[in-house]
Design a protein around this ligand. Sequence first.
Ligand code: GLN
Length: 538
Amino acid sequence: MRQKMAKPTKYIFVTGGVTSSLGKGIISASLAKLLQARGYHVTIQKLDPYINVDPGTLNPYEHGECYVTEDGAETDLDLGHYERFLGVPTSQANNITTGRIYQTVIDKERRGDYLGKTVQVIPHITDEIKRRIKLLGSRYKYDFVITEIGGTVGDIESLPYIESVRQLKWEMGDTNSLVIHLTLVPFLAASGELKTKHTQHSVKVLLENGIQPNILVLRTEHELGDELRKKVALFCNVDYSAVIQSIDVSTIYEVPILMQKEKLDVTVLKKLGMSYEVQPDLSPWKKFLKRLQHPKCEVKIGLIGKYVELPDAYISITESFKHAGAVNNCHVNLILIHSEDIDESNYQNILRDLNGILVAPGFGDRGIEGKILAAKYARENNTPFLGICLGLQCAVIEFARHKLGLKKAHSTEMEMKTPHPVIDLMEDQKAVTEKGGTMRLGSYSCLLKESTKAYKAYGVKEITERHRHRYEFNDRYQKSFEKAGMIASGINPDNGLVEIMEISSHKWYVGVQFHPEYRSNVLNPHPLFIDFIKASIS
Ligand code: GLN
């Protein structure tokens, strides 16, 4: 940890207006990247207005993927973007929900900490929000804390967050804090015009709540002209130089470069009284971007999952393929295939054209037989295969059924009374009844067996990877699996849990109980994804 710095941590708040899904997370991550590339220490935090304590209990159809941090927090998927851009781990402190805030305040009330006071949204809820925002800066680890406020200004549920930002801005002053507001400038095709009225109204809503934004980032499909920028500056009381264009691009990884061109970082640094003379060093980033945008080959990889209608449900996997594809100078054409669409009659046809097959994580039995068939196809046809979490479990079930002759083999998650529970509930999960935050979560270490595909990929003996599961490979069956050619190539050294299974005689067939996708980032692509793609190319 760094020594106490002379300068206090600066706080940057990012709010959104007009509509959701404008990409506040990507703008926050891009700004953080630019500041980091100038040598500053930055972290990003997301405040979510929903009442779930964390997104771990949410169906992926609701909010997309649930991301998992090193310390085992189940978080919003934006934290994945933060880590992929910055290459710095986040933690529980980086994602806060209204549910968690209320839970803390109500626990305090029950303990009697409020000494008979009436507990209210202001100041008690806002104080707790402010405490959690300042906590990240209080350790003197960061020059900047960027706090992204989820939702859209004007929503009832984000009001306490907006009010907390107002209070903090007042307490910290203009040289220690600023607000960036992201809005949309729609294009009216009929009149061929970009319209700013929504932005003006959205800034008015912020002003009604006592906040004058310092910088406006405008999402647009077309270049904003000078006149339009001047108009927005005038109507919204911001400097002309603080009206930033965020035009649509083909990849999110271009956004830091665009924001640099728009001088978002320089504007922020000037406003906060920080030095901005040294240019950010983005050369490794640009090298990645060049490889991503100019691939020399293409592979077709099928992602077999049951949430494919909402691609955000697999966002970390999708991004891992981009990082590792670039290393291989290869475009990964990822085909999302619904596991419920695969059956005995069609699986050969559906999977025939693929160069590689990934069976995705998941819960419950919907679509499970389709996933098992995909694992079977990959095994029988020497098609490179990566199974992640439930994907590994499907590979194990398939192998038991068709190579060990245990026709009714299953996971007890799907079939409580299976005579061959090759995947079974972990011992310490048996007494667990609560659903929230009770899985095996976060980083655990794993020892790799030498001369295995896993060891070859990582090139080291001991690794750590992040987990999110309740079931495990049942090691009663380990000997018979290994005899038949599927070996345990990674084991947790502390409790003996099997973490990786692979088929030695296969071109590349690896299943992992952990989630490698949570650890892949732009400048450090994940070794398993790199080798999986390599095998799929050849
Ligand atoms: N449902 C399985 C388990 O709990 C797999 C979980 C996952 O794929 N993340 O063990």
